[in-house]
Design a protein around this ligand. Sequence first.
Ligand SMILES: [Zn+2]
Length: 194
Amino acid sequence: MNEINDIITILTKLPGVGKKSAQRLSYFLLKNKHIALEISHIIEDVISNINFCSICGNFTTKDVCSICEDYSRDQSMLCVVEEPKDLLAIEETGCYKGLYHILMGSINPLDGVNPDKLKINELVERIKKGNFSEVLIATNPTIEGEATFLYLNNILSKFNIKRSRIATGIPMGGSLEYSDSLTLGKAISSKHYL
Ligand SMILES: [Zn+2]
């Protein structure tokens, strides 16, 4: 049936889903129509209402996200991450109570991602305008994350602001997203100053 193939084909577009998994999921969805419809409604509803926070770049359904709006958080700390999923991973550790800045990627010249494609100018503007006393750089322990860190560190060294970086403990080639909260929490608590 072509219709079933349509579902299988669309599911293989998801990261980590190969043809076999897509087939399995498709037959599950066909058998469980109410779950399939619930998934499609929720995804449509959320995706059509979601935006990027105009301050930090996090996902939000409003102009400004709940973290940027939360004045009980430490307004003097700014943590720089690559993607919204990294923010989520750090939030789940419960070890960080400052604000965030999401770069929307990492420097990867081979893929055409040069520094000007990232939200680095926006970061510089926030630092110029804000009252931050410290920037914590939490890029991923990958080649691209490392290149991004070096680039940021150089730019930020021109400002009168404390710079720190999350500690290692996250293996090279790993990611913040897939680190367990304990390891990532430890990496944040034992950050080092640059
Ligand atoms: Zn925000």
